[in-house]
Design a protein around this ligand. Sequence first.
Ligand code: ATP
Ligand code: MG
Length: 281
Amino acid sequence: MLVASVLSLKGGVGKTTVALGLASAAAQRGVRTVLVDLDPQANLTATLVPDHDASAAPTGGLTTIAEVLADPRRKVVRKALRPSAWSGRLQVLVGSEHAETHNHPDPGSKRLSRLATAIEKLPGGTELVIIDCPPSLGQLTRSALVASDRAVLVTEPSLYAVTGVQRALEAVQAERAAHQRGLQPLGVVVNRMRPRSVEHEYRLAELHELFGPLVLRPILPDRAAIQQAQGAAVPIHQWPSPGAKEIAGMFDALLDRLLRAGDRRRVRPVPIATVAVPDPV
Ligand SMILES: Nc1ncnc2c1ncn2[C@@H]1O[C@H](COP(=O)(O)OP(=O)(O)OP(=O)(O)O)[C@@H](O)[C@H]1O
Ligand SMILES: [Mg+2]
């Protein structure tokens, strides 16, 4: 199982769009995937589980990510897991406004490891977990990093992109050093690129100069098809327009990159003591 967080320092740059695009690609390919909606806005859940009420009172008996973060036992995790409207192989740990109560500024390692504990309780056979983070580097995003093998940083090619990516990378390094040695940045997804924008070209060049190969390809363009598919809550792979087809292919490439990272992660050096010595013939 590979766990990836989608994060950014800034709001509205496309984290949920990237999480949904990867989910659409995974559904298309039949990869058993769990989406974790860690954002109290719960936009991802609204798209994938339209009948879920993310504003319901915590006392109402509905189990969500907020209850999971308070008590990450197997039975709570399983109750918060809902089938998605997109595919039988795609499930969602549903979001809640009340997840905000778990966004402590200085949480301590016990709180930070609760999501990792919950993810261990997901059904066997889960191949990929994608965590959609809120737009801040508080407890929720940090706990996503503690639970993750890979961090997908999202930015627009705008004025503060470089400093935003820099700070997000520092957050990844800090969690790696403190809690999760296996965590690595997958890279930076540049989203909403307008090809004829001089400003965007300039900012993209700046990102390439500073972060080199960490800037992932393809760069995602600004396309109406993304908003149209999201508005209709339809996977981008099923939205009938040439623009959507192009974007779907880009998410296929990003999913490939993510799954390749998972393959590499599984190839670990075999400890010398366990290497079998063949019998003499
Ligand atoms: N490449 C794109 N082309 C066109 N519209 C886009 C693109 N990426 C994102 N958008 C639109 O921008 C808006 C914000 O995107 P999204 O919700 O994915 O950002 P976010 O980073 O998850 O926001 P938040 O920080 O509030 O969670 C949405 O309406 C989405 O449809
Ligand atoms: Mg979002």
